[in-house]
Design a protein around this ligand. Structure first.
Ligand code: BGC
Length: 758
């Protein structure tokens, strides 16, 4: 036999032998070895963008219609497609399929900001466990959630998906979220790694941030989540960080994420093709989503011309295989398409009621036990109650309870002369939008409600006929655009007038006024809050959110949520506001809109994070700025006392414990917040930082519970930018046990004899 014939015969045997290999968790290296370059490239690139037309998906993600993306199959190794779908306030898939009488609705759960307001990791885990069950039962492998970018500025359009201005709270909440979803044997994708802190020009914006702020604020939460919950995947963001796309940053995706933090899963890109696929592969971006033939070709070419090292591609492919063997699709799970939506609606309701924040309750206005009181309800969102935000975080739910339904179900009467008027108004607006061919709640539509003006003489009449007033102020925000300072952060003129007229008319009759904030982000409250007797903040609480508001109004649930950010008096009080596009035209930079060539406009093409670490309370507390409502604030229908705390040094830091007693008349839960003041001098530091928190169970009047906390020396460290290391100063640390950052109940100390570096 000729040499070439022998070689061909050999190759044929090798190929046919390898063709028999089917992927198992134990033969990943063998499969990797047997894969062709083309197969490897294909496995690292998704199946293409799902296209939804008229509520029906076409395109490759037909596996589960409306899912955002998928990975490619390779039949000869038994590698199936795996399915990726949004998040985070529930699963986003199409509810209706062509020629299919079944429906595929998912539960709209509370948004991330509301979950964070619970300060209750167990509750978050329980909620997302139910969410993850829908992921599994609808045939999806990875939920593209949670979103955990820091609330750098109140106007980021997607803040609703994110948790907090504080990295510890954000990191712990995201970790609980991940654990809950992943208990179902499906994955999560923590996103958007990192610095996706504005929607304006989000695909190209260059976030210019110093290393200290990066480490202490914008990466810290991701670090906590990676270390405490082992998410299957991380989604790199669209934007740049200091001139480099995050999806192409080796430092971020390999050095920091994997080498320093020990992340073991895959990294995928956010949904868009960018030049630089080869750099992304080398950086450690394992999966290009939604995926495109161009990317496959670039990877193949990159390996051939040496731009991509084969070992780097192999490393990524191996991680992809390790991911695939974990998925329900690989394991052949037979999903039912029938999750228990009724049970999950109850989870959503409880979760919302336990998390919402009572901001004001003058003279115990609430709870208000229903005894047939007639309520004058104001605001467009009493009818069109906002369950969640817009964009990829929209959940296709079966229904959303509105305020009229919820309050009536709770036993109150509603003045229908007013609510019917709003009902007509909403229908009229919807009809107008349909005529214009736009939908109300998706993508870059409406960002706030344009409430109709109500005449003062009408309000006077209501004040005479009805027993109290409830005003719902509504806001919609979401992906693709940021909110504005005027007419969104600040109330519109019509809203201002409404609050002031209702206050004047009802208070003149000795009747109460309650305001409900059905908003996805922080709004201005200081100028009008004294006109309300009570203010309830349910954020965007999911499809059962209005029932949750009613549960708190009636006293069925005693509110125990606390703010995961401060509410400033003025928008400009945030140092980041001077470097934020706060009055952009809403639609100036939707997905992929190209910026003019060479443009270099402040806050659009680039954003300077000049405020450094001075984000949220870190700035307000250090500068002594007064707030409308401070970080960690939230009222209860009962009161709590805190015992003398015990703080003990351990070999790695300290443990602390404190006993909380319910000193009031009704059962309730308390969130204890542990703020630590580092010794002065040394590295630049805020006066105080949240280092731990815990929530009691439901305590009956007189009942006590001891909460314990662990804080490590590493968690006390600040980042030294010039030495590129974490440093914990020696000296005396003040450990404050607080009901909010402004309400410190007990203080103890902890001494660190020697400085430490990490
Ligand atoms: C969003 C992601 C989302 C993805 C898939 C992107 O535009 O930024 O959060 O997961 O689309 O829908």
């Amino acid at each position: 036999m000729k040499k070439t014939a022998i070689l061909a015969a050999l190759l044929a045997t090798t190929f046919s032998a390898s063709a028999q290999i089917k992927l198992t968790p134990d033969n990943i290296d063998q499969v990797l070895k047997a894969m062709t370059l083309e197969e490897k490239a294909a496995l690292c690139v998704g199946n293409g963008r799902a296209v939804t037309t008229g509520g029906v998906s076409t395109g490759i993600t037909d596996l589960v219609q409306g899912a955002a993306g998928s990975t490619r199959k390779i039949d000869r190794f038994g590698i199936p497609c795996t399915v990726l779908a949004d998040g985070p306030a529930g699963l986003r898939i199409d509810p209706i399929r062509k020629n299919d009488p079944n429906t595929y609705y998912a539960t709209a759960f509370p948004i991330g900001t509301l979950l964070a307001s619970s300060w209750d990791t167990a509750l978050v885990e329980e909620t997302t466990q139910a969410m993850g069950n829908e992921v599994l039962e609808y045939g999806v492998d990875v939920l593209l959630a949670p979103g955990q970018n820091i609330h750098r500025n109140p106007l980021n359009g997607r803040n609703y998906e994110y948790f907090s201005e504080d990295p510890l709270l954000s990191g712990k909440m995201a970790a609980a979220y991940v654990r809950g979803v992943q208990k179902n044997g499906v994955g999560t994708s923590i996103k958007h790694f990192a610095l996706n802190n504005q929607e304006t020009n989000r695909n190209e914006n260059d976030a210019q941030v110093g290393e200290k702020a990066l480490r202490e604020i914008y990466l810290k939460n991701f670090e906590i989540t990676v270390k405490e919950s082992d998410p299957w995947t991380v989604m790199s963001s669209y934007n740049k960080l200091n001139g480099e796309y995050t999806q192409q940053s080796h430092k971020l995706l390999t050095q920091v994420l994997r080498d320093e933090w020990g992340f073991k899963g895959i990294v995928m890109t956010d949904w868009g093709l960018k030049a630089g696929t080869t750099t992304a592969v080398t950086a450690g971006n394992d999966l290009m989503e939604p995926g495109n033939q161009v990317e496959i070709d670039r990877i193949i070419q990159g390996v051939k011309d040496g731009t991509i090292k084969m070992e780097d591609l192999d490393r990524n492919v191996k991680r992809m295989l390790e991911y695939i063997v974990k998925t329900p699709s690989f394991k052949g799970y037979k999903h039912s398409d029938k999750p228990d939506l009724q049970a999950h609606a109850q989870v959503a309701r409880r979760s919302a009621a336990e998390s919402l924040v009572l901001l004001r309750n003058e003279n115990n206005t609430l709870p208000l036990v229903p005894s047939g009181q007639k309520i004058a309800l104001y605001g467009e969102s009493i009818i069109d109650f906002v369950a969640g935000g817009t964009g990829s975080g929209t959940v296709n739910k079966k229904y959303c309870v509105n305020m009229v339904e919820a309050l009536e179900a709770a036993g109150y009467q509603v003045d229908h002369t007013i609510s019917d008027y709003y009902d007509e108004y909403v229908k009229y607006n919807d009809a107008l939008l349909r005529l214009r061919g736009t939908q109300r709640t998706y993508r870059y539509g409406i960002s706030k409600f344009d409430d109709p003006a109500i005449r003062r003489d009408a309000i006077d009449l209501h004040a005479q006929n009805d027993d109290l007033a409830v005003i719902v102020l509504g806001r919609i925000s979401g992906e693709g655009s940021d909110r504005t300072m005027d007419n969104d952060f600040n109330l519109t003129e019509i809203e201002r007038q409404l609050v002031s007229d209702v206050h004047a008319a009802f208070h003149a009759k000795g009747k109460k006024v309650i305001v409900v904030l059905n908003v996805g982000g922080v709004i201005e409250t200081n100028s009008w809050k004294r006109m309300a007797d009570a203010i309830i903040l349910p954020w965007l609480p999911g499809q059962e959110g209005a029932s949750a508001v009613a549960d708190v109004m009636t006293g069925k649930v005693n509110p125990s949520g606390k703010l995961p950010m401060g509410f400033p008096i003025d928008f400009m009080d945030h140092p980041s506001s001077t470097n934020f596009p706060y009055n952009q035209v809403k639609t100036n930079t939707p997905f992929g809109t190209a910026r003019p060539a060479g443009s270099n406009e402040k806050d659009i093409d680039y954003t300077k994070y000049e405020e450094g670490i001075w984000v949220g309370y870190r700035y307000f507390e250090t500068a002594g700025t007064e707030l409308s409502y401070p970080f960690g604030f939230g009222l209860s229908y009962t009161t709590f006392s805190y015992s003398t705390p015990v703080v003990k040094a351990t070999k790695d830091g300290f443990t602390a414990s404190i006993t909380v007693k319910n000193t009031g008349k009704v059962a309730g839960k308390e969130v204890v917040q542990v703020y630590v003041n580092a010794p002065s001098g040394g590295l630049e530091k805020p006066v105080t930082e949240l280092k731990a928190f815990g929530k009691t169970r439901l305590l009956q009047p007189g009942e006590t519970q001891t909460l314990t906390f662990t804080v490590t020396n590493y968690e006390l460290a600040s980042f030294n930018e010039s030495a590129h290391q974490w440093e914990t100063a020696s000296g005396t640390y003040k450990v404050n046990f607080a009901a909010s950052i402004k309400d410190i109940r007990q203080t103890a100390t902890f001494k660190l004899p020697k400085p430490l570096t990490f």
